[in-house]
Design a protein around this ligand. Structure first.
Ligand code: HEC
Ligand code: HEC
Ligand code: HEC
Length: 349
């Protein structure tokens, strides 16, 4: 028994010390030339697959995540944030990327072996020690699902279809045509999760862009889209989109309003401590966003984010979260439908 214990103690000391010694001597090859041994390669991939499979067990797939507008937004993001490493139906990859270890796979060939939930885990969390990054907007799972929906279509996608989804709006000659790939003018009138920014107030647009750049407002799509913005770009973009004032009112439909909506917008619901929306959103304070004619599903999604305190952590965010934290799901649906259907308030210019 005593001998056994001695051996155990000796092994417990000798093993880590020899490990440290080998590392210190510098004989472990860390260069990326020549690739891994076949057995190392097999082991690393086996570990990665097992880890992803286990992490995916707790993931629940949302119904209907494969909708067309999500796929289109994700395609624009893919071109900006993923194609450089993974390639695309229209672009070739650089020699540097192909020399990475492991080299990023061509996803058209490789993703067939993954389930949706597993792709979700890879895209949300990234892959440690490989160069594969995590999703920038932490906590915005619906954005990650949009990317999964796009990835599912990617293997069968030809160059023309990819270009149509991800390319700039060629009819638009503006310094901000890259923004219009997602914030499409033609999107107005349809019910997409992307906000209409044309015609929004300049101070609010400025504040929103700052919030994404500083990471206070989380959105992987937007954080990547403005990652190269300087102060002057923020000011120019805010002015440019605020000046397109006619666009926002162009998509007004038949107004949707009932007693509950009228009460909520005008006086709120004092018993539930819900403030009347018009007190702030009547267009007089330019720092508060105009809501009229905004996309319905975007309004709904943002109200849910505010109610759950997930939209960000600025002072103005708290003002709004306080005002709406007791709205019911039904109130939110009605208010979103209402504002999507009316003209934006006249903001003083
Ligand atoms: C800096 C380079 C880089 C960028 C940018 C990048 N990836 Fe990756 N990605 C990798 C590497 C490297 C791997 C391979 C890991 C491995 O083989 O273990 C990988 C693996 C993957 C996989 C698993 C593929 C498979 O079959 O094993 C998916 C899915 C994926 N990436 C999606 C994306 C998406 C979507 C984006 C953009 C949001 C993205 N990647 C951006 C480098 C990158
Ligand atoms: C890949 C698609 C994509 C691109 C490209 C993109 N956006 Fe966005 N944008 C979004 C999404 C999605 C949201 C909503 C994000 C959220 O939930 O916070 C958004 C939100 C915004 C908002 C906040 C609107 C509001 O009412 O609060 C502004 C401002 C904005 N974008 C400006 C821009 C500008 C300027 C550019 C060009 C530099 C741009 N976007 C490029 C997808 C995109
Ligand atoms: C006390 C003032 C105040 C009241 C009352 C208020 N809001 Fe807001 N709201 C704000 C501010 C400030 C913001 C911008 C917050 C930010 O930048 O994060 C905002 C943002 C929003 C947005 C996001 C718009 C966009 O473009 O992203 C929606 C939707 C919204 N409010 C709806 C409502 C509704 C519906 C009500 C009534 C139930 C309401 N608000 C009541 C101040 C208010």
């Amino acid at each position: 028994m005593r001998r056994c214990l001695k051996w155990l103690v000796a092994t417990a000391v000798v093993l880590p010390v020899s490990g440290l010694l080998i590392a210190w001597l510098g004989i472990i090859h860390v260069g990326a030339t020549g690739g891994h041994w076949a057995v190392t390669e097999w082991f690393l991939h086996w570990t990665m697959r097992s880890s992803v499979r286990t992490a995916a067990l707790g993931i629940e797939k949302p119904l209907g995540f494969e909708n067309a507008s999500s796929i289109q937004i994700a395609a624009v993001h893919f071109e900006e944030g993923c194609a450089e490493c993974h390639g695309s139906p229209v672009g070739r990859r650089s020699a540097e990327v192909l020399a990475m270890l492991p080299a990023p796979p061509d996803l058209r060939a490789s993703i067939g072996g993954w389930k949706d939930e597993e792709l979700f885990v890879i895209v949300r969390d990234g892959l440690r020690y490989t160069g594969m990054p995590a999703w920038p907007g932490g906590g915005r799972d619906e954005e990650v699902w949009a990317m999964v929906a796009f990835l599912r279509e990617l293997p069968g996608m030809n160059a023309a279809r990819y270009q149509e989804l991800s390319g700039d709006d060629a009819s638009e000659r503006s310094p901000f045509s890259s923004c219009l790939s997602c914030h499409r003018q033609s999107a107005q009138g349809s019910d997409e999760s992307i906000p209409v920014i044309a015609g929004q107030t300049e101070p609010y647009l400025t504040q929103a862009l700052h919030a994404y750049i500083s990471g206070k407002r989380k959105s992987g799509f937007m954080e990547v889209a403005v990652s190269k913005f300087e102060e002057t770009d923020i000011a120019a973009a805010a002015r440019h989109f605020a000046d397109l004032s006619t666009q926002l009112s162009a998509k007004v439909t038949t107004p949707v309003a009932d007693e509950r909506v009228i009460a909520l917008t005008q006086t709120g619901d004092p018993l539930k401590k819900i403030a009347g929306c018009n007190a702030c959103h009547d267009g007089r304070n330019l720092r508060y966003p105009l809501l009229g004619a905004q996309s319905r599903s975007y309004l709904r999604q943002q109200l849910l984010l505010f109610r759950e305190n997930r939209r960000g952590d600025s002072a103005t965010e708290r003002l709004m979260s306080q005002a709406v934290r007791n709205l019911s799901d039904e109130d939110i649906d009605r208010l979103a439908a209402h504002y999507a259907s009316i003209r934006p308030a006249e903001a003083p210019r």
